[in-house]
Design a protein around this ligand. Structure first.
Ligand SMILES: Cc1ncc(COP(=O)(O)OP(=O)(O)O)c(N)n1
Ligand SMILES: Cc1nc(C(=O)O)sc1CCOP(=O)(O)O
Ligand SMILES: [Mg+2]
Length: 211
């Protein structure tokens, strides 16, 4: 079964974590209490992706966190870790069959509860709604609201992820509305130093202790 999922969900970014920052910044995020870490790398450099994902898996294990691979079922299966799939990234059922019942598999549901319903039916461990705010990382329409979260919380029993332009200032309202995990890229990894990443991660994690 899926372990209880609640807290900070950090997602890597190829540009923000370039020039040797990937491992020190991720370690800082883990020290700050990150529970889930998603490796999100859209490049086609398979050898580097494998090397980095292996290093991240080992780091996550040291800090009791779970690694999730974005988009790439084959890489997730090779490493024996979790997977996040968007609506254009392939079907959940075969991914569940390949990764097994213990793997964490997440699904992007935009602002559509009906997508969440289908994802859960097909074996998703969590459902992700967004975007809640304007996002530096992924600009586009803001779709999701606190009301959507409240309705989803009442309707679904799996963990709910909120994503998109979330900051330390805006996260509390989303947690109060039912988000189990707050997924963040820019507000965490745009920091000027690893020490600042750790401090930001601690501050996000502390929001869950209070909620
Ligand atoms: C936790 C989480 N939620 C949503 C997404 C977005 O997935 P997707 O729509 O497939 O877009 P890309 O991230 O692949 O560009 C996510 N990655 N993680
Ligand atoms: C990867 C991603 N998916 C989104 C969605 O709405 O599904 S928003 C997003 C980017 C999240 O990064 P930041 O915290 O920098 O906005
Ligand atoms: Mg995707």
């Amino acid at each position: 079964m899926t372990p209880s999922l609640r807290g900070l969900y950090a997602i890597t970014d190829t540009q923000l974590l370039a020039d040797g920052r990937l491992l020190p910044y991720v370690e800082a995020a883990l020290k700050g209490g990150t529970r889930l870490l998603q490796y999100r790398d859209k490049t086609a450099d398979d050898a580097r992706r494998l090397r980095e994902a292996e290093a991240l898996r080992d780091l996550c294990a040291r800090y009791g966190a779970q690694l999730i691979i974005n988009d790439d079922l084959e890489l997730a299966a090779r490493l024996g870790v979790g997977l996040h799939l968007g609506q254009e990234d392939g079907q959940l059922s075969p991914a569940r069959a390949l990764l097994g019942h213990r793997a964490i598999i997440g699904s992007t549901c935009h602002a559509k509860p009906e997508l969440a319903e289908q994802a859960i039916r097909e074996g998703a461990s969590y459902v992700a709604f967004g975007r809640f705010f304007n996002s530096f990382t992924k600009p586009g329409e803001v779709l999701a609201t606190s009301e959507l979260l409240e309705q989803a919380r009442a309707r679904f029993s799996v963990p709910i992820v909120a994503i998109g332009g979330i900051t330390l200032q805006t996260a509390p309202q989303l947690i109060a509305s039912g988000a189990s995990l707050i997924a963040v890229i820019h507000a965490l990894f745009s920091a000027p130093s690893a020490a600042e990443v750790e401090q930001r991660a601690r501050a996000f994690s502390a929001l869950f202790a209070r909620a």
